[in-house]
Design a protein around this ligand. Structure first.
Ligand code: UDP
Ligand code: GLC
Ligand code: MN
Length: 334
């Protein structure tokens, strides 16, 4: 009887899972974990880490997560496809596939380390594998930053086999997962998560009226793209965020959400675990700090701006504003 009950309990365990192969993404994971806890999740929290994640960071993760599991880092090594996304760093996202090995949970929700929960999202566990929200760039594909899955040694094996046989059309996990769960777009609408469970700033540029109408209902923010919240600098006194201009502005209030949680809850934990050892928190204090932060602000070269344009990431509010483009076109017409 006791044993049956125990098996029953184990079968029911469910968890949010994230991944960090280095200390930068580990900070994202810390903030994500805190955001889930702050909204009183009843689920377990698991973080998969690569062996590169430093001891102090692993200790902080242990304070926030129920389980910190060191996994082998898998790398697609697919430079050609990754170059098309201008994200050579994303080969290691193959490591995400290791989440299927967490078979002591019956169902899990994977969330990228660059996501942030804005409310309790435990209702996601009512969904089945593989549920995910559409990718803003190609909505017939799902975005693999947030998805519901069932851990299974069998599925894990099949996924790895799929990688060997077919590779990934984007060089990262999203290409593999969309290839493997290829009927997602058409088979079962209940596996389409509403976009508010994976809202990225890209939506602001691609469909501003919809963003204004629905953005306020967002439950999960996704800081998708090369520049992450931790690439910026935050002034604690003025609450100004600076730097990170390699890409057009992320929504400032999204960033402030992330930084508020990071500066108030994660940085003190990092300070405690680093002790005397120096570490870069990304926070500065007051006036002098601000000007220090400004000094880091690189002005993109014309080549870099061209690249951003080609990735659909124009600085619509600044240098690439309509007025500026019109002025430039006028000079050609004259
Ligand atoms: N990731 C990681 N180390 C890396 C790159 C990615 O741990 O060097 C993990 C992390 O969980 C991250 C996810 O893989 O959130 C997907 O990468 P990213 O969020 O940068 O991709 P994007 O959403 O910007 O396309
Ligand atoms: C996407 C997803 C990310 C994934 C990457 C590589 O942009 O947001 O989660 O790791 O593509 O496939
Ligand atoms: Mn992401």
């Amino acid at each position: 009887m006791g044993r049956t009950w125990w098996i029953y309990f184990v079968n029911l365990a469910q968890a949010f899972v994230t991944l960090a192969t280095n200390d930068s993404y580990a900070r994202g994971a810390m903030v994500l974990g805190k955001s889930l806890r702050n909204h009183n999740t009843s689920k377990k929290l698991v973080v998969l880490v690569g062996p590169q994640v430093s001891n102090p960071c692993q200790s902080v993760l242990k304070n926030i997560f129920d389980e910190v599991k060191v996994v082998d880092v898998l790398d697609s090594g697919d430079a050609a496809h990754l170059a098309m996304m201008k994200r050579p760093d994303l080969g290691v996202t193959f490591t995400k596939l290791q989440c299927w090995t967490l078979t002591h949970y019956s169902k899990c929700v994977f969330m990228d380390a660059d996501t942030l929960a804005l409310s309790n999202i435990d209702e996601l566990f009512e969904r089945e594998e593989l549920s995910a929200a559409p990718d803003p760039g190609w909505p017939d594909c799902f975005n693999s930053g947030v998805f519901v899955f069932r851990p299974s040694v069998e599925t894990h094996g099949k996924l790895l086999q799929y990688c060997t046989e077919h590779g990934s059309f984007d060089g990262g996990d999203q290409g593999v997962l969309n290839g493997f769960f290829s009927d997602w777009a058409t088979a079962d609408i209940s596996k389409h998560l509403p976009f508010i469970y994976n809202l990225s700033s890209i939506a602001i540029y691609t469909y501003l009226p919809a963003f204004k109408q629905y953005g306020g209902n967002a439950k999960v923010l996704h800081f998708l793209g090369k520049t992450k919240p931790w690439s910026y600098t935050f002034d604690r006194k003025t609450r100004q965020i600076s730097g990170g201009v390699q890409e057009p502005a992320m929504h400032p209030s999204f960033l402030l959400n992330w930084w508020t949680l990071y500066a108030s809850t994660v940085v003190p934990m990092l300070q405690e675990h680093y002790g005397d050892k120096p570490f870069h928190s990304g926070c500065v204090e007051g006036e002098s700090g601000s000007s220090h932060a400004q000094a880091f602000q690189p002005i993109p070269t014309s080549e870099e701006r061209k690249e951003q344009w080609e990735q659909g990431q124009a600085d619509y509010m600044g240098m690439d504003s309509f007025d500026n483009i019109k002025r430039k076109l006028d000079t050609f017409l004259k």
